[in-house]
Design a protein around this ligand. Structure first.
Ligand SMILES: NC(=O)c1ccc[n+]([C@@H]2O[C@H](COP(=O)([O-])OP(=O)(O)OC[C@H]3O[C@@H](n4cnc5c(N)ncnc54)[C@H](O)[C@@H]3O)[C@@H](O)[C@H]2O)c1
Ligand SMILES: O=C[C@H](O)CS(=O)(=O)O
Length: 486
């Protein structure tokens, strides 16, 4: 049993954290959580009732009144204490993450560092929530602009980054002076609950950071039906984001949406091919292809297509699939059978429409949630994978001839989260970077995630930004004071 890997069971909580107390569902109902590597159920979390979610909102509202009145320095100090505790408990959080999400332990440790970096970034930024003054329209008049916290906020987060997708939201919200209710994905609640244990230990006042679990639709409905909750920050699929955005219309709740993507990764003939392959591996295979900014389509200029495919195949041959706890494993199980079926479906559809299998095992679904990395080429825009996110270890390469064609192919998707390209021509770098319809562009870079940068998408990939000062501003409202001459 992998729970025995934990140094203690202190962080393994099977209750929700509301208003500084640990609670079960009042009707006793629970949801099972399993290990995607084995299918073994290793825990149960409460499925809160609607009344309990409403009570959590009330608690968060009371906490907000006190939290907003603290100084920015006091909030920053607590966030920094939380950051330090997360890092001090890096190993146990990573173990819980690998257990519930599957990712290789080294990647889970990396995610803990990344998650902590948002707490630090926003702690530092808390003291820089500046307003402005503007000359008035009359003698003696001044226009003063304040930035104030929006109020109680909620976060609904996905399973693929169970820690970082929470701290990226909570760090910003708490720094701004908001309280937050987090609903993590059903598949990965334990990392979120471990963060709540550490938030409590860091001294965050009760009700400022709450973690609730249960039936997603019900919780989403209660959070969006409440006039007290002033903002929802959602990370997940475009389909669910669209639905939640419509629900938020009822009370004109502010909304941030970090949704799906279908990232193009373009390799021009003047690129450094070795660096392009390095970037391709980082982008495509992080979290076994289950990253919203994963390259979904490699567009490679025809003159270097064969060389790039050979080098990519050689790099992919070094990947090792296995249980995330085994040393040296780089590719872990996918989250569930639906994820496995999606990779199979995109692979089969591509082969049926003329793609060529280059390397890797055919994804036939015969290994539980484990899928070998697979490389195909001769991909064309009629294929499903060009329009939908694969979210798995299928590397699909499409040749192109001209820069204009590459840009058109890259933009031919409803999504616009990340895009990547490799070129050594500085003029082309500016041209292509400006032409790509994406919120994030990696120029000769495959690893683009950073707390200091504004992360987010355009088109069907979402609204708003996370990380950076822009991410903090999402949790504030502007108030303008018109100061008369008196
Ligand atoms: N843009 C980003 O920053 C980013 C980051 C991570 C993941 N993602 C996207 O998330 C998706 C994968 O995550 P997922 O499968 O967990 O997505 P999902 O939309 O199924 O679930 C995300 C969250 O929404 C909840 N949810 C589901 N239905 C709901 C409903 N009707 N009402 C309220 N909540 C509901 C889930 O329980 C989960 O907590 C991918 O599309 C990926 O690209 C985007
Ligand atoms: O899945 C997408 C996330 O945003 C992950 S990351 O921020 O790029 O690490």
């Amino acid at each position: 049993m992998s729970l025995s890997r934990l140094s203690s069971l202190r962080l393994f909580r099977q209750q929700c954290h509301v208003g500084g107390t640990w609670v079960d569902a009042e009707d006793g109902s629970t949801i099972e959580v399993d290990n995607p590597a084995s299918g073994e159920v290793f825990g149960r979390i409460p499925s809160l009732t609607a009344a309990q979610v409403e009570a959590a909102i009330d608690t968060a509202q009371s906490a907000f009144i006190d939290w907003r009145a603290r100084t920015a320095q006091q909030r920053a100090d607590m966030l920094l204490r939380w950051h330090d505790l997360v890092l001090a408990n890096r190993e146990d959080i990573a173990i819980l993450m690998t257990l519930e999400q599957g990712k290789p332990l080294a990647e889970a440790q990396g995610e803990v560092d990344y998650a902590a970096s948002f707490l630090r970034w926003f702690a530092e930024e808390a003291r820089r929530v500046y307003g402005e003054t503007i000359p008035g329209a009359k003698p003696g008049q001044q226009i003063v602009v304040l930035r104030q916290p929006v109020g109680v906020t909620s976060a609904i987060t996905p399973w693929n980054f169970p820690a970082a997708m929470i701290t990226r939201k909570a760090g910003a919200a708490l720094a701004a002076g908001c309280s937050m209710i987090v609903k993590p994905a059903e598949a990965t609640p334990y990392t979120a609950l471990a963060l709540a244990v550490l938030a409590e230990e860091a001294g965050l006042p009760p009700g400022v950071f709450n973690v609730i679990t249960g039936e997603a639709k019900l919780i989403g409905q209660v959070l969006t039906a409440s006039p007290v909750v002033r903002k929802l920050s959602f990370t997940g699929s475009t389909a669910v984001g669209r639905q939640l955005m419509a629900q938020c219309a009822e009370h004109i709740q502010k909304v941030s949406l970090e949704l799906g993507g279908n990232a193009p990764f373009i390799v021009f003939e003047d690129a450094d091919l070795d660096r392009a392959v390095e970037g391709a591996m980082a982008s495509k295979f992080r979290n076994t292809g289950q990253t919203c900014v994963c390259a979904n389509r490699f567009l490679v200029q025809r003159s270097v297509h064969e060389a790039f495919v050979d080098k990519l195949a050689a790099a992919m041959a070094k990947l090792r699939l296995g249980n995330g706890f085994e040393p040296g494993v780089t590719q872990a199980p996918l989250i569930n059978q639906a994820a496995v079926r999606k990779v199979q479906q995109h692979y089969r559809d591509a082969l049926d429409k003329g793609a060529r299998h280059v390397s890797g095992a055919v994804p036939d679904g015969g290994q539980g949630n484990f899928v070998e990395p697979v490389l195909i080429t001769e991909v064309n825009p009629s294929m499903q994978l060009c329009h939908e996110e694969t979210f798995g270890p299928l590397a699909a390469v499409m040749p192109f001839d001209t820069e204009q064609q590459a840009i058109e192919l890259a933009n031919a998707t409803p999504y616009g989260l990340a895009a990547y390209f490799y070129s050594r021509d500085v003029h082309r770098c500016w041209r292509v970077a400006e032409a790509l319809e994406a919120g994030i562009v990696g120029v000769n870079e495959g690893a683009i995630s950073n707390p200091a940068a504004p992360f987010g998408g355009v088109k069907a990939s979402g609204l708003g930004r996370e990380g950076s000062r822009h991410g903090l501003e999402e949790y504030t409202e502007l108030k303008y004071l018109c100061m008369g001459a008196g």
